[in-house]
Ligand binder design. Structure first.
Ligand code: PEP
Length: 257
């Protein structure tokens, strides 16, 4: 396999600054041998700048978990793209299902955030995925297609090359239930085909499509071996350096020459 796999860790609302520094340090030490696999860690906002100091001389990229779309202003409690960038971060997760579910994120706000992230030199990791109810109603394809089309509307092909898409079936997030490799592959291929129609086949081929939903060392290989799964967005298993680095090493093994 010659393509590059990218593994990102979403720390969610975990880790104080001292805990974050410890985890980032452990991940740094355990991944010094990684040369072919992309690695991104996404700590909470409060730990971004200090964690950057730990990983700035490594191959590990830094990402935020959210941001607002305005440059500055009277938006109490919000964080602008420029503020995220100033911490040393180069990525930002946008439209995570928890943000859609608990904080009123919509395809429209996702679209605004993607555009301003890109304008500010941040690479968005855009999350899409269906609920259990939607899967049971057999409307997964329709739901994911709408999220992709509405979330990415108005982007140029050049902008799109900087975007990572994470397919995260909501029923598999934090539940211990994983989509089977075949189920995940089917939706990844669907997403690739939608991207091909929107931005051309060259761009669609280049884009990293991550799978997210209870990825662990035990299931990473079968998921990452699928044709259209180019990486993973990891929640629970990224909070321990051992399991996160195990997933990264599995990815590295899959791209051996
Ligand atoms: C996530 O929140 O993006 C995620 C995939 O979480 P988990 O791995 O815990 O299911």
């Amino acid at each position: 396999m010659s393509r590059k796999i990218i593994i990102a860790g979403n720390w969610k609302m975990h880790k104080t600054n001292s805990e974050a520094l410890q985890l980032a340090n452990q991940i740094r030490i355990k991944t010094t041998d990684i040369t072919r696999t992309g690695m991104i860690i996404c700590p909470p906002f409060t730990a971004l700048a200090p964690v950057y100091e730990v990983i700035k001389d490594t191959n590990i990229g830094l990402g935020a978990q959210n941001m607002y779309w305005e440059k500055e202003g009277a938006f109490t409690g919000e964080i602008s793209p420029g503020m995220v960038k100033s911490t040393g971060a180069s990525y930002v997760i946008i439209g995570h299902s928890e943000r859609r579910q608990y904080f009123g994120e919509t395809d429209d706000t996702v679209n605004k955030k993607i555009k301003t992230a890109l304008e500010n030199g941040l690479k968005p990791i855009v999350c899409v995925g269906e609920s259990l109810h939607e899967r049971e109603e057999n409307i997964t394809d329709r739901v994911v297609k709408l999220q992709v089309e509405l979330g990415l509307v108005g982007l140029s092909a050049d902008q799109m090359k900087k975007v990572i898409i994470a397919y995260e079936p909501i029923w598999a997030i934090g539940t211990g239930k994983t989509a089977s490799p075949e189920q995940a592959q089917e939706v990844h291929l669907l997403i690739r085909n939608i991207l091909s129609k929107m931005f051309g086949s060259g761009v669609a081929e280049e884009i990293t499509l991550q799978y997210g939903g209870s990825v662990k060392p035990g299931n990473a290989e079968s998921l990452l071996s699928q044709n259209d799964i180019d990486g993973a967005l990891v929640g629970g298993a990224c909070l321990k350096a051992d399991s996160f680095s195990d997933i990264i090493h599995i990815a590295e093994g899959l791209t051996k020459a």
